[in-house]
Ligand binder design. Structure first.
Ligand code: FAD
Length: 370
């Protein structure tokens, strides 16, 4: 069959574009996916004890983008969920992001009260103060607090997560870590926070369930490219691989997960616990908090960051450094020379996207397509 479009990748970017093209334009679309499943990194499935887990790390949908939420709501109902994270610091599990509750848990009462007063006076109740801003204040108490947060929450975690010292990364990474001047333990503050009621995989299945969309799972694009007949291509895989690493590989951080399945209702107080300073893993996730599933079993994933090696493990996070962005720009220039080939998604754009951003990016590209 001759297709109007071939889309490489069945993650949220590819699924959104395939759905729009088939439904709105009546196009015939083939989606080619190298994994044996849909939904890309948002893939979820039932483990051997029947617990719903996310294979590639915990995925919490959160957005301010009403249009994206409306669009995805065509394919799923939602389970409202407010994400909470704790960090193990100095032997205690305390709320993250660092907020007034964390301050009280870790500091002696009188000192915590004084610092709280100073934070409220200086930044106002409810402010989310970037750690670098707090470090730059003229108040020695607040500077000391900033130093404490930097060392205990940020520094060790960053070294494990990226394999680099904080100063080797873009300041934007450090700049984002906030101290929250409120008793607010929510990890995200977006108005829409939820998980698809039947899971991400089911949601993506519904997006792609259309007579004009064909799926080729477990298939590497380069292996079938020559035998496919199509007019245009959308590629959501790694842009450096598409060009056979012409300008060298774009560096990524990867992750390895180990799993524990226990006969217990729940073992953690919240879904995610971060370990900034101890252990080699960065965090543990107990999935039943996210999904609300009832089961006599519970599943915990331990997350170990590691270097990405093409062919050995999956690329997860683009490494935010100027030299990598420059290399990516060289691939962009190659891409701009091609006709009828379009690039989008976290791997093709070499950019960390949350799921809502990936869908927004796909919807935008869809509107621009010829
Ligand atoms: C650990 C982790 C946790 C995250 N948590 C959250 C979260 O809580 N909330 C949130 O909003 N976002 C989260 N994200 C981000 C989310 O995973 C991305 O926004 C989303 O995956 C982007 O979708 P995508 O389609 O662009 O990419 P992907 O999901 O990576 O899909 C691309 C697909 O293309 C396929 N592919 C690539 N190359 C080829 C090829 N040559 N041939 C065939 N197929 C190919 C890949 O196998 C993959 O399935 C998280 C990401 C990570 C890594």
């Amino acid at each position: 069959m001759k297709y109007d479009w071939v889309i490489v990748g069945a993650g949220l970017t590819g699924a959104t574009l395939a759905e729009r093209l088939a439904v709105e334009r009546g196009a015939r679309v083939l989606v080619v996916e190298r994994r044996r499943h849909l939904a890309g990194n948002a893939y979820d499935h039932y483990d051997e004890k029947g617990v719903l887990v996310h294979r590639y790390g915990p995925h919490i949908f959160h957005t301010r983008d009403h249009a994206v939420f409306e669009y995805l709501s065509r394919f799923t109902t939602w389970r409202p969920y407010i994400h909470k994270v704790m960090a193990e610091i100095q032997g205690q599990q305390v709320p993250l992001p660092f907020n007034l509750n964390t301050l009280q848990a870790l500091y002696p009462k009188r000192l915590a009260e004084r610092l709280e007063q100073k934070l409220v006076q200086r930044f106002g109740h409810g402010a989310r103060v970037p750690i670098l801003k707090l470090m730059a204040t003229d108040d020695p108490d607040l500077r000391e607090l900033a130093e404490f947060v930097y060392q205990n929450v940020f520094e060790g975690y960053t070294r494990k997560q990226w394999g680099l010292a904080p100063e080797e990364l873009d300041p934007s990474v450090t700049g984002r870590v906030p101290v929250v001047v409120a008793r607010d333990d929510r990890y995200f503050t977006d108005p829409y926070q939820a998980l698809p009621a039947d899971g991400y995989t089911r949601m993506v299945e519904r997006m792609l369930d259309h007579p004009r969309i064909h799926l080729l799972l477990g298939t590497e694009f380069k292996e079938v490219e020559g035998s496919l007949r199509f007019k245009r291509l959308i590629y959501t895989g790694p842009i450096d691989a598409f060009f056979d690493y012409l300008h060298g590989p774009l560096p990524y951080r990867s992750l390895r997960f180990t799993w524990q399945n226990l006969r217990a209702v729940r073992v953690q107080p919240v879904a995610v616990i971060n370990y900034p300073n101890e252990h080699r893993f960065t965090r543990t996730t107990e999935y039943k908090h996210l999904t609300g599933q009832e089961s006599p079993f519970t599943a915990i994933a331990y997350e170990y960051p590691e270097a990405h090696e093409p062919g050995k493990n999956d690329p997860y996070y683009p490494i935010p450094r100027e030299e990598n962005r420059e290399r990516y720009q060289r691939y962009r220039e190659e891409a701009s020379k091609l006709r009828g080939v379009f690039f989008a998604g976290r791997l093709a754009d070499y950019r960390y996207y949350n799921m809502d951003q990936a869908v927004a990016r796909a919807l935008k590209l869809y509107r621009e397509l010829p």
